[in-house]
Design a protein around this ligand. Structure first.
Ligand code: GDP
Length: 504
């Protein structure tokens, strides 16, 4: 068999990875998730905790004091932007604001020096491993299914989906632009741009908070990286009558050409150069946002998880299957921002995500890598308290709202902490699926409890479960005046599963 160019190139990259690994082994950890899932915050907090020797009781190597040193080193790939760790830490720790989010792929190398846990290895001297963290938008992963589709199939599927009840209203203005348009008409740059813009507007609206729909290829339309405005991104689906053929130099021919270019110059290189070289993967999921938006968003999230899992175990016949040497052997799905909930609900959040991932595993007939599920907060911005309210003691979370945050018509500014009662997640994870409206109803009734105690005012009962965005925490100092690293929830459990076995 003659290897394709992609196979040859990946083989070279693999050899290079292994060759550098002979001196000091390296582990490539992929960090992904849809926009605003928490990738930047996660990587920053993880590295900060490693370098500063943070409190990581569930990360065995750190808890037993075996990590001698952790430090940043130049990354192995010269052509990939570096993850801007220093700027993100400054923002989080000094300004106590959230850093700017992931918009493209980036990389960061942390080197760990550790004492081995076994006597034999200890006699060989101190162990060293490079952890190469690769941050990339989850939107780009959802592009993989496009490789198996031609333009006509993709157009038909995208239009059918846009006409579903969950999306029809959001797609109305784009669909109106399409109506009456003749795909056999002459190619036209201005028209192509208008259509691409209207289509992108629909994709963006579907992603917005109140809808939180997840499955929206092509990924670069929402996360263009450095391709913004290029012809490979200036296309859109057309309403094609079944069985019709492409007329040369027509609008359809132009769109078809660009769709193919998108696959060739955008999708394939990403999977070959970045994705196929990962050893471990964490997928961050803003499950709370989906739960809060309602059952349709939950169903949509499940579909997105299914498609993501398919990327990790593509069929042997697919293009990716032939170049993916099955390197990824551990995957974590993490529900982020668990600090928005009281501790009592963390296990419930985990149970809901476990059920979602379980269903996705079944649907994708996924097997191969070990999968773990965690409810986590990479940065814990809240603390817990009990607040008495008319003789009743209620579990609450306390935090300082971001400047300008609003709750019940009141805008916050300043350093005062407020208490909110975030509401409970359902005890039975199945209820999220079985009775489609139960969770939004449950959350709505809980939200009536939300109030800002310092004002004593009751909030608008129609609010839904509106989370307050809190400021990142002030770092605690020890008696000796040392500042501690960023506080978190279960970040150490994620670390243990992702890299613990390589530090023995
Ligand atoms: P990205 O697009 O995946 O890189 O997402 P970010 O890491 O930029 O996170 C998006 C936003 O989610 C941040 O600006 C924060 O407001 C919020 N966020 C992310 N992680 C946490 C967390 O651990 N705790 C809290 N309270 N908020 C978080």
């Amino acid at each position: 068999l003659i290897p394709t160019l992609d196979e040859a190139r990946l083989a070279l990259l693999n050899i290079a990875d292994r060759a550098t690994g002979l001196v000091t082994p390296s582990l490539r950890l992929g960090v992904t998730g849809l926009s605003r899932a928490g990738k930047t915050v996660f990587i920053t907090a993880l590295v900060h905790n490693l370098i500063k020797g943070g409190r990581l009781p569930l990360f065995e190597a750190a808890a037993s004091g075996r990590i001698a040193r952790a430090y940043l080193e130049p990354q192995p790939d010269d052509a990939v932007p570096r993850f801007d760790y220093e700027a993100h830490v400054r923002k989080l720790v000094e300004e106590r604001l959230w850093p700017s989010s992931t918009r493209r792929v980036s990389e960061l190398r942390v080197t760990l020096e550790f004492e081995s846990a076994t006597f034999l290895n200890r006699t060989l001297g101190r162990g060293r491993i490079h952890l190469d963290i690769v941050d990339y938008p989850g939107e780009w992963l959802l592009d993989l299914p496009l490789l198996a589709k031609d333009y006509a199939t993709w157009s038909a599927e995208t239009l059918a989906r846009a006409r579903e009840p969950a999306r029809a209203a959001l797609a109305a203005s784009w669909l109106a632009t399409l109506a009456g348009l003749d795909p056999t008409g002459p190619e036209d740059e201005g028209l192509a741009r208008d259509l691409a813009e209207a289509f992108t507007g629909y994709l963006r609206a579907a992603r917005a908070d109140e809808h939180a729909l997840s499955t929206l290829p092509p990924g670069r339309f929402l996360m263009p990286g450095d391709l913004e405005g290029s012809p490979a991104l200036t296309f859109a689906p057309l309403d094609l009558a079944p069985g019709t053929v492409t007329v040369p130099k027509s609008l359809r021919a132009m769109m078809e050409r660009r769709f193919e270019a998108y696959k060739d110059v955008v999708v394939r290189p990403f999977f070959r150069d970045h994705f196929a070289r990962l050893d471990r993967q964490i997928v961050l999921v803003d499950a709370l946002q989906a739960l809060n938006a309602g059952p349709r968003a939950v169903a949509d999230l499940e579909l997105a998880l299914t498609e993501i899992l398919q990327c990790f175990r593509p069929g042997r016949l697919s293009w990716l299957g032939s170049i993916l040497s099955r390197r990824i052997d551990r995957i974590v799905f993490a529900a982020t921002k668990a600090d928005h909930l009281h501790r009592d609900s963390h296990d419930r959040l985990e149970a809901i995500l476990r059920r979602l991932v379980g269903r996705a595993i079944e649907r994708a007939s996924f097997a191969g890598a070990e999968v773990d599920v965690i409810a986590m907060a990479a940065v814990r911005a809240t603390r817990e308290a009990s607040v008495s309210d008319r003789g009743e003691t209620l579990p609450a979370i306390l935090g300082v709202p971001l400047p300008g945050e609003r709750l019940g018509g009141e805008a916050f500014d300043g350093e005062a902490e407020i208490a909110i009662f975030p509401g409970d997640l359902p005890d039975d994870p199945e209820s999220v699926f079985e009775r489609p409206d139960s969770i939004s109803e449950a959350l709505e009734s809980e939200s009536e409890l939300q109030q800002a105690p310092h004002s004593g005012s009751q909030t608008d009962p129609g609010l839904g479960l509106e989370f307050v965005r809190f400021r990142p925490p002030r770092l605690e100092r020890t008696a000796e005046g040392l500042t501690l690293s960023l506080p978190h929830i279960r970040l150490d459990r994620a670390l243990q599963f992702l890299i613990g076995d390589r530090l023995t």
